[in-house]
Ligand binder design. Structure first.
Ligand code: ADE
Length: 247
């Protein structure tokens, strides 16, 4: 059975498609899926699309049509945790949908019908992904920017929602509101929690690694595209390569 590798943006996926052996392109649900082999493993590469609904459709097609055994997401995110800097990688332990709010019927962030706010990632797959992410940041330190500060790999909570967070005011209020409810959030992006929910529904292992492209602040709209062009694809290739070799 295959491992699905999900990327959010074409720039993040480009290197993986280029490295694919015996590539076969299949169109489904208006999307391109690439079947083939990477590092001797059977894989399906796909773009999640941007936002929770697009990502949920892609994840469902990967499971229903391609019968994948597991889904791994590599992409970028905005850093929210104090110690989470541009160029670091965050491996998700749990996910939360920060724009889910059915209060007062349900507590803020709780997923109606699931009796929970947090969606767990697969512990074994995430542990392997963290090892791959650590390997990537230690070998890439100093290359992906002007700073020679060593990069770090973190694990913890990532929040997803249908918003590009691009002001210090918004990122601080999101972080503080979650903190007040006992959730220490490390990063924010727009798809992962939707994929985590689909994988939970189908009982499929899910793990995600997000490289920090910006600090979700007033310069996020400048930092994000620059990072996507220069670093994202290299990180995705390194992390996915290491992970596949360890499966
Ligand atoms: N992905 C990368 N940076 C992000 C941000 N600032 N907000 C939401 N998703 C992101």
């Amino acid at each position: 059975m295959s491992t699905a590798i999900l990327s959010a943006l074409p720039e993040e996926q480009a290197g993986l498609v280029h490295a694919l052996q015996h590539p076969q392109r299949i169109t489904r649900a208006g999307r391109s899926f690439w079947r083939g082999e990477l590092h001797g493993r059977s894989v399906v590469l796909a773009l999640s699309g941007i936002g929770k609904v697009a990502a949920a459709t892609t994840a469902t097609a990967l499971i229903e049509h391609f019968g994948v055994a597991r889904i791994v997401f590599t992409g970028v995110a905005g850093g929210l945790g104090d110690a989470v800097r541009v160029g670091d990688v965050v491996v998700a332990q749990t996910y939360l949908q920060h724009d889910m709010d059915a209060s007062p019927l349900f507590p803020r962030w709780e997923l109606p019908g699931y009796a929970r706010s947090l969606l767990e990632c697969d512990a074994n797959l995430s542990a392997l992904l963290l090892i791959a992410a650590r390997d990537c940041v230690s070998s890439d330190s100093g290359q992906s920017g002007s700073s020679s500060v060593p990069r770090s790999a973190h694990k913890g909570l990532i929040a997803s929602g249908d918003r590009f967070v691009s002001s210090a005011h918004e990122s601080l209020s999101l972080r503080d509101a979650l903190r007040a409810a006992g959730h220490e959030v490390l990063a924010v992006e727009m798809e992962g929690a939707a994929v985590a929910q689909v994988c939970r529904d189908y009982d499929i292992p899910f793990a995600a690694a997000r490289t920090i492209s910006d600090r979700a602040d007033d310069t996020a709209h400048v930092d994000f595209p620059q990072f996507i062009q220069t670093v994202a694809s290299r990180y995705a290739e390194h992390i996915v390569g290491k992970l596949l070799q360890s499966l």
